[in-house]
Design a protein around this ligand. Structure first.
Ligand SMILES: CC(C)(COP(=O)(O)OP(=O)(O)OC[C@H]1O[C@@H](n2cnc3c(N)ncnc32)[C@H](O)[C@@H]1OP(=O)(O)O)[C@@H](O)C(=O)NCCC(=O)NCCS
Length: 211
């Protein structure tokens, strides 16, 4: 799309492709969410979208993508990428920032449909987001937050050598949850043994969208 060059941005790992979805692909992503993202009763997000009824969960995925695009400025952006495996949509990888040109700080978030979890895709998704942030956009640091009992999400951060950056408490449906923030700095990323190659295409045409 000429006037939304983010549509040409594409990150490729050994098994995955990450890019903006078309509306039809977004509908498939919404269906993946409707089919299930978190185990019954688990709370892994401050906004409890993932434990809403399936139709509501699906709609919130659509609206979140449309909102993120509609609300985009270079001062405050949220890149929500669909993740494809063998041409099939399996989940979502986020990279977002506020005041990135000044702070050099971005944050990530991610989710996969339940049937696609535990197969190493989350690790490849995070690698793609970090490659875009550090190698592509010149980030200084990237943060990630995870609820205390979200072992898989925290394990992914550990694998990349993030360090703890504090714990805060949030209320979800009136219950308190500890949320761990972890951070990785550029030196940590560049010093990390990169066993997950990431190919980035289409960034030059949209770099002004980020900073
Ligand atoms: C979090 C998530 C994206 C991680 O993706 P994934 O593909 O499942 O993770 P991976 O298969 O790449 O596994 C990463 C590591 O976590 C470990 N891990 C996975 N599940 C685990 C569990 N339940 N307990 C402990 N470790 C676990 C894996 O062993 C792996 O480490 P290893 O390679 O050293 O063995 C995915 O599980 C998910 O979508 N979960 C539900 C939504 C969610 O929690 N999103 C994040 C909110 S912060």
């Amino acid at each position: 799309m000429r006037h939304w060059p983010l549509t040409a941005l594409e990150l490729t790992t050994a098994e995955l492709v990450l890019r903006l979805p078309s509306d039809d692909e977004l509908d498939s992503l919404a269906q993946v969410a409707a089919d299930g993202v978190v185990p019954d009763g688990a709370v892994y997000f401050p906004q409890p979208w993932a434990s809403a009824p399936p139709a509501e969960r699906a709609r919130s995925v659509l609206q979140n993508h449309w909102w993120a695009r509609g609300d985009w400025t270079s001062e405050n952006w949220r890149l929500l990428l669909a993740v494809f495996h063998d041409g099939q949509v399996i989940g979502q990888q986020n990279l977002s920032a506020r005041g990135f040109a000044a702070t050099g700080e971005a944050r990530t978030g991610f989710w996969l449909g339940r049937r696609f979890q535990g197969q190493g895709y989350g690790t490849q998704m995070r690698a793609a987001a970090l490659a875009l942030a550090f190698d592509g956009l010149g980030a200084a640091r990237v943060t990630s937050t995870a609820f205390a009992d979200n072992a898989a999400s925290r394990a992914v951060s550990r694998k990349f050598g993030y360090r703890p950056n504090g714990v805060h408490r949030v209320a979800v449906d009136s219950h308190p949850y500890d949320v761990h923030e972890e951070v990785i700095e550029a030196a940590g990323w560049h010093g990390h043994t990169k066993t997950i190659p990431v190919d980035t295409a289409g960034l030059s045409g949209c770099i002004s969208f980020f900073r």
